[in-house]
Design a protein around this ligand. Sequence first.
Ligand SMILES: NC(=O)c1ccc[n+]([C@@H]2O[C@H](COP(=O)([O-])OP(=O)(O)OC[C@H]3O[C@@H](n4cnc5c(N)ncnc54)[C@H](O)[C@@H]3O)[C@@H](O)[C@H]2O)c1
Length: 242
Amino acid sequence: MTVSLVTGAGSGIGAATARRLGDRGDRVVCVDIDGDRAAEVADGIEHALAFTADITDEAQCDAMVSMAVDRFGGMDAVVTCAGIETMGDSLEFDPAAFRRIVDVNLTGSFLTAQRTARVMKAQGEGGWIVLIGSINSQAALPGAAAYIASKGGVLMLGRALALDLAPHGIRVNVIGPGVIDTPMTSDSLADSARREMLMERTPLGRPGNPEEIAEVAAFLTSDASSFMTGAFVPVDGGWLTR
Ligand SMILES: NC(=O)c1ccc[n+]([C@@H]2O[C@H](COP(=O)([O-])OP(=O)(O)OC[C@H]3O[C@@H](n4cnc5c(N)ncnc54)[C@H](O)[C@@H]3O)[C@@H](O)[C@H]2O)c1
């Protein structure tokens, strides 16, 4: 049985991904800094465990992987959904906030991938790693320099890991969600002027829902995508086509 680990599983895209992988029969480790929300999601999945971890912390990442291996016997698929976003003018932006955003979104993705890939390599049967980037991995918007820089980094991290891990049969791909209706975007989507701006840039004219990202994550963590590695897959209602 496939063992999957999803970070940021307490909310939004991570929660939808954990449920989707659970629905196909995976044993799912639901990781989040908010352990209560991770536990709520895990409770709704047949074979799942919750684990509280800040993915910027190396020891906590090691502990989450050890727990997964101890309880479920291995590690096959990983989807890194944990992320944060703070908007702000670049001229005034707090360097500490910049560092934290890069730490969670980029370094946290690296630590999660590194720690889980070590297990996959030792198992010798390959594996799947999916990093959640963004349309902002390729396209900037005003007022979000830290987030955009971190997501640009996630795209190149995915490509670099794809090269490093290919000899071990571990495939690494990056999903680029567009505007998805989750707690992260609730303020933006509730602000009518900002919503209008975002939807004008989205050819399909609506926000995506987290399940539409989870479906692609399920594809990328399966043999259906067997010749894909190092790919960037926008799931964005057409945003990046303009
Ligand atoms: N919602 C969108 O429109 C959108 C668009 C593009 C990319 N994304 C990306 O998708 C991912 C998921 O976003 P979402 O919209 O579901 O957001 P969300 O805020 O609903 O969920 C993010 C989850 O990550 C967890 N988290 C935050 N910091 C963490 C840490 N240090 N360690 C462990 N867990 C942590 C939070 O507790 C939360 O449960 C993020 O990487 C985000 O940047 C979202």
